[in-house]
Design a protein around this ligand. Structure first.
Ligand code: URA
Length: 448
């Protein structure tokens, strides 16, 4: 197999056959295809797309690049959730221990920051000592013992996605339906799931902003799941503003801990409960979505979900004290308020600008090997539609130094748009996509 020939063919809008994808991915993971050729192939796919058969073949090739988490002895239902990417999206940190505390095993395999969006692994890395690079054996043992493990792609589990994810991030090849679908589904299927719930974001801060693109992505992943006997439910959620208030790794981990201890912002809790209800029903722990919601509220109110998060952190080498005292998370040297430059209505809080701003402050990567500063970021105190007076605090900037504070101020002056009139915002959850089709969520809430 000559990668050059595959690049030529994809460049010229041709098709790559399943056996060729298998060989190509295998050779890439073995180090026999250089990054520059794989980057060219990814760009050709990005530009010319792939049909459903090719997307399935790439997913299968990526899945076959590593091992699958073995079933646990108790055969507990195993359900995970994955997001297609957002800013301020710390749902996974809340949802995994929450759902696991209610009896459904959650083997959550996440990624690092991608493009302007944050990554669950980087948020977990902010916890002193935490290790997400467990061996397959250790991950399986923890899943058996605690019902939840929080890991990244490794050399054993989803190695192809580990490499391709980082390469796509550095080569502007993220925003592609077949590449996103193959990336997500290959690693999720490697978890040996009973079912999967997807949070497909849409709006200006999503990789694929348009509703039609989100629906197509959701349908693609639902079909890939069906081909592997893994039922998939996707909810389309708003990413035309950040989710919750905190944006930046340690800040988001802190907000997730607040959410687990009963003090999460309303939008974050709403999305968490909607996704959690899907997981609990798919995992057989609740009969209906209506039954699932109070179960989750009780797991938070009783402290059960937070206690499990503590146990998971401890099991993975992290400081469990972070749940009682989030101040053990890395702290920024400079913290400053950002004040409203004028009176008016908050027309927009642009997630993409915020996400890129975090990278500019040192909290994201522009190269595969960049080290990130977990402490930097923003806490946004206003949401679109709110009236603000000139001089009122709108956000807090967390930076390494005074130059970072200046950069942060410039970012916020572009991201938080104050105008005379409000602009329409997307519904927080708008559609539900399953193998049975697409339903409008607001009109017809998730069926039971
Ligand atoms: N999340 C992933 O795991 N992969 C993508 O390509 C995008 C979001």
């Amino acid at each position: 197999m000559l990668p050059l020939r595959l690049i030529e063919r994809k460049r010229d809008r041709g098709r790559i056959e399943p056996a060729e994808w298998r060989e190509c991915i295998k050779a890439y993971v073995a180090g026999d295809v250089p990054d520059y050729q794989m980057a060219a192939l990814l760009m050709a796919v990005f530009l010319n797309g792939m049909d459903a058969g090719e997307t399935a073949a790439l997913t299968d090739a990526m899945l076959a690049s590593g091992s699958t988490l073995p079933p646990t002895a108790d055969r507990r239902p195993r359900v995970d959730k994955h997001s297609t990417g957002g800013v301020g999206d710390k749902v996974s940190l809340v949802l995994a221990p929450l759902v696991a505390s209610l009896g459904v095993a959650v083997p959550m395999m996440s990624g690092r920051a991608l493009g302007h969006t944050g990554g669950t692994l980087d948020k977990l890395d902010a916890i002193p000592g935490f290790r997400a690079d467990l061996t397959l054996r250790a991950a399986a043992a923890q899943l058996e013992r605690l019902g939840c493990v929080l890991i990244g792609q490794t050399a054993e589990i989803a190695p192809a996605d580990r490499l391709l994810y980082a390469l796509r991030d550095a080569t502007a090849t993220v925003e592609s339906i077949p590449l996103i679908a193959a990336s997500i589904m290959s690693k999720k299927l490697a978890e040996g799931l009973t079912a999967l719930v997807l949070d497909v974001t849409r709006g200006s801060g999503a990789f694929l902003p348009a509703l039609e693109q989100g629906v197509e992505l959701a349908r693609t992943m639902v079909a890939l799941g069906a081909a592997h006997d893994c039922p998939v439910v996707a909810l389309l959620t708003a990413m035309d503003r950040p989710l919750g208030r905190a944006c930046g790794n340690a800040l988001e981990t802190e907000e997730a801990i607040h959410a687990l201890t009963g003090n999460g912002p309303a939008d974050l809790m709403e999305v968490t409960y909607a996704l959690g209800a899907e997981m609990l029903v798919l995992g057989g722990a609740a009969r209906t979505h209506a039954e699932a919601r109070p179960m989750m509220e009780e797991a938070i109110a009783s402290g059960a979900a937070a206690r499990l998060f503590q146990e998971i952190i401890e099991a993975q080498g992290g400081n469990p004290g972070v749940v009682d005292d989030p101040a053990v998370l890395p702290q920024a040297a400079e913290v400053e308020l950002y004040l409203a430059p004028r009176s008016g209505v908050v027309a927009r809080v642009e997630p993409r600008t915020i996400g890129r701003g975090i990278t500019a402050l040192g909290g994201g990567r522009t190269r595969v090997d960049d080290r990130i500063d977990p402490a930097v970021g923003f806490v946004i105190g206003v949401a679109p539609g709110a009236w603000v007076d000139a001089g009122e605090p709108l956000a807090t900037i967390f930076a390494r130094d005074s130059a970072g504070v200046d950069d942060g101020r410039a970012v916020l002056s572009r991201a938080i748009v104050i105008a005379d009139h409000a602009e329409p915002a997307l519904p927080l959850i708008s559609h539900r996509v399953t193998a049975n089709g697409v339903l409008e969520y607001a009109i017809s809430p998730a069926p039971t």
